[in-house]
Design a protein around this ligand. Structure first.
Ligand SMILES: Nc1nc2c(ncn2[C@@H]2O[C@H](COP(=O)(O)OP(=O)(O)OP(=O)(O)O)[C@@H](O)[C@H]2O)c(=O)[nH]1
Ligand SMILES: Nc1nc2c(ncn2[C@@H]2O[C@H](COP(=O)(O)OP(=O)(O)OP(=O)(O)O)[C@@H](O)[C@H]2O)c(=O)[nH]1
Ligand SMILES: [Mg+2]
Ligand SMILES: [Mg+2]
Lengths: 299, 278
């Protein structure tokens, strides 16, 4: 399926017999605008446009020098779009979804900015795991947000999954003690729901570092809102540098946000997109597939 | 010679980068650059300090939408409906406003209009407690319109000055949820003629271009009268509100600069423009 952005490009090349530097430049101008309006990172767009231009111009030289004569059979618009699509797929990276499961208890640490969807997604992952025949346990490690513990407890009740919390304890200790509790109850996956925080908050980033040090999680998941703009790369890079993320989950894709940040975060951190949040209910979680997201970003 | 007719390419590139990375968007960035261009004398075009100063002025100009100052006394009770997408910071902002208005001597009542999300009412109750104000709540899953209707009636009956209604987060692309919001708006008017007197859209400053669609679609549904821009204590600049101010003439009433009850400020366009270009 071809997206609107690509259709505009195809239109540009209609009736043209070949790729030229001029029509490539024009098409790239449209694509650049489309990607920026889709919230793809400014520098990632610059890199993408540069690489596509180089490849496309390389083709022009090839064809005009009489090489690849059989390539003239392909319409220039389709050929140019193929270059863009290949480059987009390269940016999205190989598909690497799902969680790292360990032999004993598998641990998952959910981190991210305020309001990204961590608590809800923690519940969704618990449902996903239960459907796979596993025995998850949720850990309420957000001691700051009003009624955060209660929120996770309500989700746990809906899923018939235990929720661990200790009044008056700090998050690192709560998470560490949760592991012993999970073992004693025969739970095999433990998910830590942490408080939303800014990557520039030294104290709270230190707290995450401490949770990680004490629990050595098998999966550190950065939860990111699909509506996020140019701050995506700054934030993801900081979380990755400070804590180290294994993958990220993009939420609220059931709206009309283009989700360009998915491309940027993957391009800059190299970490894979694992899951997509597609609604407020606990069944609204999908494993990432590149095709859908690529065409949404291209517009 | 020495008289630049246009802004130097390198400087233009720097301007563009600053504008785009602040989430100002393609259309508005272009408009700002054109405005800077038109406002500068020929000899100033190649002076970076003049160009950046002109940019700050034009940003200020676009943010000045000519809205009347907020008048909390123009109705009693003044009903404020708070709306926005999921996780933007509505409930937290309401808690901060409740405290602020109480400290200004107003009698404030809150309406727990999010009857959908897990522990939404409990969350608002903690904030109400911090501000020392009561909350009108319904039962889980109750029609939010009826909860807010009851709250407005009580506010009127018991002489409250301000009634702030929390609503559930919703993505503007969801037609049935926008219809629900429109119904809340209509029903408020039945509880008290003229209510809601203010409809504030809460925007998360980490949002990119989708904020424009939020402003447009929410305004179509419930005639938004003002904006609250949250999470400006982070690294995001919230530049998307410049285009929104320009296109829709919506005033930013407050900004959220943290998670504590005192982390709310009245919007200062000058400080905002300054921070944006920093
Ligand atoms: N439409 C939609 N809403 C979502 C999705 N994921 C989460 N939400 C909603 O987004 C809002 C915030 O979700 P939370 O789970 O509370 O976010 P959080 O990251 O835990 O927030 P903090 O703990 O405050 O940092 C809630 O209204 C959720 O219902 C999604 O995929 N789609
Ligand atoms: N750093 C920072 N965090 C904020 C600010 N405003 C709100 N938050 C946080 O953002 C998260 C979401 O806030 P809520 O008040 O639950 O947002 P909401 O719009 O009511 O969310 P839903 O009802 O689920 O749609 C919470 O963790 C808040 O503490 C702010 O100005 N700065
Ligand atoms: Mg949470
Ligand atoms: Mg809320």
């Amino acid at each position: 399926t071809i997206s609107k952005g690509f259709r505009t490009v195809k239109h540009r090349f209609q009736g043209k017999r070949e790729l030229t530097e001029d029509n490539i430049t024009e098409a790239l101008r449209d694509i650049r605008i489309s990607l920026l309006e889709a919230d793809v990172d400014f520098k990632v767009v610059r890199g993408f446009i540069g690489r596509v231009k180089e490849k496309a111009l390389g083709e022009v030289v090839q064809i005009s020098a009489g090489h690849g004569a059989d390539r003239q059979e392909v319409k220039p618009g389709d050929h140019f779009i193929k270059i863009c699509q290949d480059e987009l797929e390269a940016l999205m990276g190989p598909v690497d979804t799902g969680l790292n499961f360990s032999a004993g208890i598998t641990t998952v640490m959910m981190i991210g900015l305020q309001g990204a969807g961590k608590t809800t997604t923690t519940g969704k992952l618990a449902q996903w795991l239960t459907d796979q025949g596993r025995r998850p346990m949720l850990v309420a490690a957000d001691i700051y947000r009003p009624a955060a513990i209660q929120q996770l407890r309500v989700l746990g009740e809906r899923l018939d999954v235990p929720v661990y919390h200790e009044e008056g304890k700090q998050p690192p200790e709560i998470c560490k003690n949760a592991l012993g509790y999970a073992k004693s109850r025969g739970r095999d996956v433990v998910l830590f729901d942490t408080a939303g925080r800014l990557a520039i908050d030294e104290q709270l980033m230190g707290e995450l570092g401490e949770i990680k040090r004490l629990t050595k999680p098998d999966n550190v998941m950065l939860v990111v809102d699909a509506m996020i703009g140019q701050d995506a790369v700054r934030t993801a890079a900081s979380f990755d540098e400070r804590i180290g993320i294994d993958g990220f989950i993009m939420t609220k894709l059931d709206g009309d946000a283009r989700g360009g940040a998915a491309l940027s975060i993957k391009a800059v951190t190299g970490k894979p997109i694992k899951f997509l949040g597609m609604g407020e209910t606990l069944d609204a979680l999908e494993e990432f597939r590149p095709e859908g997201l690529a065409s949404r970003i291209m517009g | 010679f020495g008289q630049a007719k246009t802004i130097d390419d390198d400087l233009l590139g720097d301007l563009e980068e600053a504008l785009f990375t602040a989430d100002i968007g393609v259309r508005t960035s272009q408009k700002l650059v054109d405005m800077v261009h038109d406002s500068l004398g020929k000899k100033d075009m190649d002076r970076p300090d003049k160009v950046w100063a002109a940019l700050k002025d034009q940003i200020r100009a676009l943010l000045d939408v000519g809205a009347p100052p907020l008048d909390l006394d123009r109705a009693k009770p003044l009903v404020i409906m708070v709306v926005g997408v999921n996780g933007a910071g509505k409930t937290t902002s309401i808690g901060k406003l409740a405290k602020r208005y109480t400290e200004a001597g107003k009698k404030v009542l809150l309406a727990a209009g999010d009857t959908f999300r897990a522990a939404a009412v409990e969350q608002l109750e903690v904030w109400a407690d911090r501000a020392g104000v009561p909350v009108v709540k319904g039962s889980s899953g109750q029609d939010p319109s009826s909860v807010i209707f009851e709250a407005i009636e009580r506010a009127e009956r018991e002489g409250y000055d301000v009634c702030i209604a929390d609503t559930a987060g919703r993505l503007q692309a969801k037609v049935e949820l926008m219809d629900e919001l429109a119904k809340v708006h209509r029903v408020s008017g039945k509880a008290l003629a003229g209510a809601p007197h203010e409809v504030w859209l809460v925007l998360d400053s980490t949002n990119g271009q989708n904020a424009i669609s939020q402003a447009k679609v929410f305004t179509e549904a419930v005639a938004v009268t003002g904006l609250v821009l949250t999470k400006l204590d982070g690294t995001a600049k919230g530049g998307v509100i410049i285009g929104i101010s320009d296109e829709m003439r919506l005033p930013v009433r407050y900004i959220g600069i943290g998670e504590k009850v005192e982390d709310l400020r009245a919007f200062d366009a000058d400080a905002f423009a300054e921070a944006l270009l920093a």
